[in-house]
Design a protein around this ligand. Sequence first.
Ligand code: GCO
Length: 430
Amino acid sequence: MELPSTAEVLYARSMSHASNQGNTLRFPPGFLWGTATSTTQIEGHINNEWTGFVARDGRTCHPACDSYHRYGEDIQWMGELGVNAYRMGIEWSRLQSAAYGPLDQAELARYADQLNRLNAAGIVPMIVLHHFSNPPWINAGGGWVNPSTVPAFVDYVARLVLALRDRVRIWNTFNEPDTYACCSYFIGQFPPLKKARLLTYRKVIRHMAQAHQQVCRVIRETGSDLGPVEAGFSKNWTYFQAYRKRSPWDALAAKFAHAQFNEFVLRSFIAEGRDFATFLGVNYYGRVRFKNMQPLVPAFGFSCEELSSLGVACDDMLERHPTGLEFALKRMHQQSGLPIYLTEHGCASGDETFREQDLRENLAALHRAISSGVDVRGFFYWSLLDNFEWQFGYSKKFGLIGVDFTDDRLPRKMKPLGHVYRGVCSENAI
Ligand code: GCO
């Protein structure tokens, strides 16, 4: 761990906006408290590479939460939570039916209506332009392996940003390019289910980084009627470590994962985005430790009980590592020199007490990072709703609002953690 410089310490002391009163941790005025979702995971009625994909629970992404029709109700739930921001996707495959084609006006009007309602409710939208899905005609051409996807995406974004500049001020270019390229081309769990194609993985990252740079430029040049326009991508930061420090193979696996999935991606995107990005998005869940070259996480088939007997505390996906958040934020702030939005953190579990503890510990780590001078401007809880968790289907419960997927009417219900989060939003504190 690196020690802070004197200047950082002085800056931290002079910070008056994040304060600690008694046991209450106060966040800076104007801090954004939001939730996050993605199109494929909640909308339903979608035509992209996930449409025919059958998840491990035997189900597909249709109709998910049917938010395509029920976004009005979802916004009412956001009102119940008291959030002042919402990170949501706009689905490329709905808006363009061919490269360089016009935007579909009916689909654009539906998103415009959703944005009008959010803005009217005082909920700042942050729009994600790419979240693990492409239109079928992009996939038919090889997706992000094909360099011609870059100008096609830039063209689409230019049209979209121009059409929505009166409704959107914050644009999130790519969500977790690392997860997307790794799951699609290295561990074979996302379409097109390719394995061990390291060079392809790196090519996809490079193309996305180039597109990121170009769309940030387009976004900055187009501007927004709502105020200073913001643009940035979201990096998923996972700690990769050996379970036993002295195991050379596990150390090697961890080193490889860190180099490819953290360092290479950050370097590529920060270098490419240097001129035009205005923020860095960070998604943080926790840690993956390797034992006998196996990642010790439920997402790779271990049970939580088994892992807990090894001292590895997990939600239904990954190992929790709240203290790591503070250092991840410091490190990325230093490397990028940009303000940060924590664009995702969440916990999947049926145990709401465990989830509350996870939220408290992660917000405390976030608060420590802010107090020590890291410029973090908002936090988006993953997720607003229980939803379609990619290869796992509907079994991972990340929602603040529960959805009953066994009932065709898909009823929503506030969960205990939703009440806790409502308190955080209304107090700007925990
Ligand atoms: C990701 C995505 C989300 C996930 C969430 C929980 O990180 O994979 O941005 O789509 O659903 O992170 O795994």
